[in-house]
Design a binder for this molecule. Structure first.
Ligand code: ZN
Length: 435
């Protein structure tokens, strides 16, 4: 067969498997699998959902001819890996996806169909996890099945892994555990949603994400003394200090730094200037209500930094800025805000010249007939941990972050089919095939 005959045959097989792809997505969406470490949920009740999804998927993988491995790195949370042994002489390819999802929020917010319904309306599959990312997982399995049904045998190994714990960076239970168990390859594709800005574009880079907590002290006193604290001629800090007022000073300073980052922080894969931000997503103060001057405030930040910047530099820059702001206020000078770094999700930054990018470009063009768009991932994903383990990992997948994590999450069926086509051609391009 010529290359174009191979391509036509593989694409036709994906089309023939479209119903199966849709059904696997629906069936897995119908199995609730909220990440059991997610804050604010009944964690004991959520435990086991991830395992149930993977128990459901294991026989589907085996039916395609994969040798499977269902194992727990953390109690009650089973990962699933499947390996198809190559004929030899080709490069190996790993497909990574996660089975955990974020909580669906109140049912009343779902306007089209319930969060665990998996209903098909208007050419879309609705439900939590449809886009992020049970649809992507299904597309990887259908892609391999299509290649095999086309009568082709990949020369390199093809490995699929459906892992737990991505949504809360429990990598030691999920992707990190899979790497430790020996699931590595010459390159990896993470089937997370590519949108926005494009459908199914190639994503070789992601930001790093820091989670920071800021604690600012005040001094409690009866709230009727407020005027003494803020008016000229009052007793001031000798009487009391509102931690909320002082936290506001630091927050204003960080807001200014965020503005500055809009101009100063960039990366070639992030075309719009200003992707890198400092967001205070949780603000607490006045623990005893409005009749006591607040004695402690806590602000939690998500800080998105450019992939090429060492995390130590980013932390130092933020800390130095907070110190500069604190130096402008006599109370904050004597009672410096406490900074805690709670978490760091590392970035990834793969060169578009990497061979896996070239293989994906060819696959994309084979499906759409146009040149593949490249851009950075708005969010973070498990590609970071694969890249850190030395496996060049690219994100490309069906759906859009605009609908992931929100109510009315859905995925376009056309996106699923086109994703499976790209994955199938990527297997052909990357692993090579024997017929
Ligand atoms: Zn995801």
């Amino acid at each position: 067969m010529t290359d174009s005959q191979i391509r036509e045959r593989v694409l036709a097989e994906v089309d023939a498997l479209a119903d199966e792809l849709v059904q696997m997505t629906i069936d897995t969406v119908r199995i609730p699998s909220v990440n059991p470490t997610y804050p604010g949920i009944d964690q004991a009740a959520a435990l086991g959902g991830e395992t149930r999804v993977n128990e459901f998927c294991q026989p589907l993988m085996e039916a395609v001819g994969l040798e499977t491995d269902l194992w727990e790195a953390e109690k009650g949370r089973a990962n699933l890996a499947g390996k198809f042994s190559g004929a030899g002489g080709g490069r190996s390819l790993l497909f990574n996806g996660h089975v955990d999802v974020v909580p669906p929020g109140p049912d009343a917010n779902w306007s089209k169909a319930g969060p665990w319904s998996g209903e098909v309306i208007d050419g879309k599959i609705w439900g939590r996890g449809s886009c992020d990312m049970k649809g992507g997982n299904a597309a990887t399995l259908i892609a391999l099945k299509a290649v095999l049904q086309a009568g082709l045998h990949p020369k390199g190994d093809v490995i699929l892994e459906f892992v737990v714990g991505e949504e809360m960076m429990n990598t030691e239970a999920g992707t990190g555990a899979a790497i430790e168990r020996g699931y590595t390859a010459d390159a990896a594709i993470v089937a997370e949603a590519s949108g926005p800005p494009h459908r199914l574009g190639i994503i070789p880079a992601s930001p790093g994400l820091l989670y920071m907590a800021l604690t600012v002290k005040g001094k409690a006193v009866h709230a009727s003394m407020r005027d003494e604290l803020i008016r000229a001629g009052g007793g001031g800090a000798a009487i009391g200090v509102s931690s909320i007022d002082k936290a506001q000073i630091v927050m204003d300073g960080l807001r200014q730094l965020e503005e500055e980052w809009g101009q100063t922080k960039s990366h070639p894969m992030f075309k719009r200037p200003g992707h890198f931000t400092i967001y205070p997503g949780l603000v607490q103060g006045g623990p005893n209500g409005p009749f006591v001057i607040s004695e402690e405030s806590r602000v939690e930040y998500a800080i998105w930094h450019p992939p090429q910047e060492p995390v130590e530099d980013v932390r130092a820059e933020v800390e130095a800025h907070i110190a500069r702001v604190a130096a402008t206020d006599s109370w904050l000078r004597d009672n410096p805000p406490k900074v805690e770094w709670l978490l760091w999700w590392p970035p990834f930054d793969v060169s578009p010249d990497e061979p896996i990018c070239k293989a994906l470009e060819a696959a994309y063009t084979g499906v759409f007939g146009t040149e593949a768009p490249y851009y950075g991932f708005a969010a973070v994903d498990d590609g970071a941990f694969l890249n850190r383990a030395g496996i060049p990992a690219i994100t490309i997948g069906p759906g859009s972050l605009l609908v992931a994590h929100g109510p009315d999450e859905h995925v376009e069926i056309d996106d699923l089919i086109d994703a499976a086509k790209i994955y199938a051609l990527a297997i052909v391009e990357w692993c090579g095939v024997a017929s």
